[in-house]
Each structure stands twice: as C-alpha cells, then as structure tokens.
Design a protein around this ligand. Structure first.
Ligand SMILES: Cc1cc2nc3c(=O)[nH]c(=O)nc-3n(C[C@H](O)[C@H](O)[C@H](O)COP(=O)(O)OP(=O)(O)OC[C@H]3O[C@@H](n4cnc5c(N)ncnc54)[C@H](O)[C@@H]3O)c2cc1C
Length: 388
C-alpha cells in the first residue's frame, strides 16, 4: 500500500496548481461579485486537457483515472471552487457522451467539448423529482418512423443552463420508475428549449443555474445513449464519478481556507500575543488538518474503488462525498471563525469559501441520500465484511 503520489501525479498536481494560481485564483473574487461565467478560462483549461480528464482517449479525452483526475480537480478548486466544480460537471457530461453515445454523436460533440468551444450540462433534477430522481416525468416519445424523439418536460437547478451548448437529458421512454428512463444528447440551442431565470444563489455565483423547459423538442434517435431504459444507470454511473469530483473540490477549497487560517493566527494579536499561542487555537487547527486529511484520503480511496471496478464503488463514492463535503465545510467555517469579524467581510475569501462549499452538501445527491445509498448496501453482511 503506497499513499504517496507517483511522479505523473505530482506533475499533474503541479500543472493544475500553477494554472489555478495564474488563471483562477486572482479572478475568483471578481467572478463571484460580478457573477461572471469564465468561458475564456475554460478554453485555457481545455488546452491543458482539464475539460476531458477522464473522457476516453479514443474520442479525444485524456483518459486519466478518477484518482489522477481527483488530484487535478482538488488543485483547481484551491484556486476557485465554483469554476472548478463547473469543470467537473462538464467533465462528467463529456465522459457520459464519450462512453455511452453512438460514435458519430460522440465525434460531433467531444472535440469541441475538449477545447471548451462547447460546454455541457447534466439534466436530471426536476421540480418534483429531486432526491427521488427515478420518479422524473420529462417524456421522450419516439416518432412513428423511428427517426426522432419528441422531448417534453422541465428540468430544475441545471448548472450552466443557458450558457452551455450540449445537454445530457434523462427522460422517460417507458414504465414508471428507474427502468423506464433513457438518456439523450440534446443540442442546447434546439427549437423548443427555453431557459428559466439565472437563480440567485448563496454561492457558486460565477456559474449560472437555471430551469430548462422542453416543449416538443425534436431529438434525433441516434442521440439516445445506449439503449432505451439504460438512462438511469448511466446517470448514476456519471454521478459516482461526479461525487468524487464534488468531494475533491470541497477538499481543495478547505485546504485554501486552512492555509489562510494558519497564516492569519500567526499575524493577529489579542491579549498581548498572537492567536497561534493559544492552545485552543492550536488544537482547533490540529483537528482541522486531521479532518481534512481524512476527507482527502476517503476521496482517493473512493476514486481507487471506481478505477478498479470494485462492486462497492458506489458506496465508497457516497461515503466520500458525504464525509469530505461535511468535513470540508466544517474546516472552512472554522477558518472563518478564526478570522473573527474579518472572516465575515468580503474583503477576505473565507465567506466565499463557506458560501461556495455549502451546496456541495446538497447537490449530486444530498448528504442524506448518500447515507441512504450506504445504509442500503451495508445491510448485506457479505458486503459489510468485504468493505472492511
Ligand atoms: C447550485 C445547484 C446546482 C445544481 N446543479 C444540478 C445539475 O447540474 N443537474 C441536475 O440534475 N441537478 C442539479 N442540482 C440539483 C440537486 O442535485 C438537487 O437539488 C438535490 O439532488 C436535492 O433535490 P431537491 O432540491 O429536490 O431536494 P429534495 O429531494 O426535495 O430534498 C429535500 C430534503 O429532504 C431530504 N430527503 C429527501 N428524501 C429523503 C429520504 N428518503 N431520506 C432522508 N432525507 C431525505 C433531502 O436530503 C433534503 O435535505 C443542483 C442544485 C443546486 C442547488
């Protein structure tokens, strides 16, 4: 068992770190305040391969493992949580298209997605189907000649919606429940698609989030991913990786918050000495580092299980997402507390870190849903024993 990064991983981490400190961190505050979606930065990121980290090499992606990808995403999130998180969603969409679309559909979208000329959104959630995504009602009805589907319904909370070019949409083609769901690659500018307002959010301000309405949208039959009825499985496979990504972005942000706190307590004096001289402060920082380290290792363990095709990969991804997003939020919030009133000011990045991290406990499955996934599987004693 070796917990060190290998030479390639160290090089990836350094590349991502340099990119984050040059092209992301200096603008993070401004992008947050002006709600600027940094498409120009995404194109730069595309040149380094960051938009298709684990997309198949055969279709033009980097073909990296989830573990290598998580190391890169962590460094990007250290520079800007929200922009990095959007890149992870785009990566998830590109991976789904590369993995499950017909070759001609993948060829039509992937090259531009790798360069950032085209961006992707993932459309699962609906107004009445959030945690219970298997109950979604957006419908795709096949035409009599079998050449296309007509898509009608509404999606809610879609990251990037209105500013992206391609949507992977989960829609019902059959029976009630998860088995009646199919997934489609849909041109975001297709006739019949309209977008809701850009939602006013607590964090993740530099990326739009909006509802997407579909009214008799004509989707070519070849744009179906895999076969009818496989859509929910594909959506969940996408989310296994997505959860590692959301978790690793939380860890990268918490690392930034912890570093700032360590620096701050050595500069700020009260009661005649710098804050780092108080044992309560020292102990708090020690716990923050301990918890952050545990979170990071849990994420890497989950990535390892996904990379090796482990039967327990979904459980590990859910455990990692729950643990890492909860602990990272706690670390960032405590880093804010250590800044006293200054932590609450927008002049310091702590309040942005806390605002940005909050949604990581909610999206790509809430942390309660992560517990549902874990608890269901662990009731089987063989699974429980295997996971020790
Ligand atoms: C900023 C943002 C970006 C997003 N981006 C996307 C995107 O790009 N694509 C997309 O498809 N979706 C996206 N989402 C949607 C997100 O995944 C959902 O909000 C999330 O899955 C929860 O669904 P819901 O909001 O409908 O909450 P609900 O499902 O209504 O849940 C409400 C509360 O009840 C709890 N709960 C629900 N069921 C159970 C249960 N069985 N046991 C215990 N507790 C339960 C939940 O944990 C939660 O606390 C985004 C959301 C946000 C806020």
């Amino acid at each position: 068992m070796n917990f060190s990064l290998n030479e390639d991983q160290q090089a990836f981490a350094e590349l991502a770190s340099n990119f984050a400190s040059k092209s992301m961190a200096p603008f993070a505050d401004e992008w947050d305040k002006t709600a600027h979606f940094p498409v120009e930065m995404f194109k730069e990121a595309g040149e380094l391969g960051f938009l298709g980290l684990y997309t198949n090499e055969e279709v033009g992606g980097m073909g990296l493992s989830r573990l290598d990808s998580s190391i890169i995403f962590e460094k990007l999130a250290y520079g800007d949580t929200s922009a990095a998180a959007f890149m992870t969603i785009h990566n998830m969409v590109a991976w789904m298209i590369g993995e499950f679309a017909k070759p001609e559909v993948a060829e039509a979208w992937i090259p531009d997605m790798m360069t950032g000329d085209k961006l992707g959104s993932y459309c699962l959630t609906e107004p009445n189907a959030g945690s219970d995504a298997g109950s979604l009602t957006t419908k795709a009805v096949k035409s009599d000649d079998g050449k296309h589907y007509l898509l009608t319904g509404q999606k809610m909370f879609i990251s990037g919606a209105g500013a992206t070019d391609v949507l992977v949409v989960m829609a019902r083609t059959g029976e009630d429940g998860a088995k009646g769901i199919s997934a489609f690659v849909v041109d975001a500018k297709a006739e019949g698609i309209t977008y809701g307002k850009n939602e006013h959010k607590m964090g993740w301000k530099n990326q739009p989030t909006a509802a997407v309405h579909f009214k008799d949208v004509k989707v070519p039959a070849k744009n179906l991913l895999g076969e009818e009825g496989q859509g929910f499985t594909f959506a969940m496979k996408g989310l296994d990786g997505g959860r590692i990504n959301i978790a690793t972005c939380a860890v990268g942000t918490a690392q930034a918050a912890l570093e700032r706190a360590v620096q701050y307590v050595q500069e700020r004096s009260q009661f005649g000495r710098t804050l780092d001289k108080f044992q309560n402060v020292q102990f708090k920082l020690a716990d923050m580092l301990t918890e952050l380290t545990a979170a990071r290792q849990m994420v890497r363990l989950a990535a390892y299980h996904l990379d090796t095709g482990s039967p327990d990969a979904s459980s590990y991804c859910a455990m990692a997402k729950r643990l890492a997003t909860d602990l990272s939020f706690k670390v960032a919030n405590e880093a804010l507390q250590l800044h006293g009133g200054y932590g609450y000011l927008q002049e310091y990045p702590l309040e942005r870190h806390v605002r940005d991290l909050r949604v990581h406990q909610i999206l790509e499955g809430t942390n309660e849903v992560m517990r549902l996934i874990v608890s269901r599987k662990m009731m089987d004693m063989d699974t429980l024993k295997r996971m020790q």
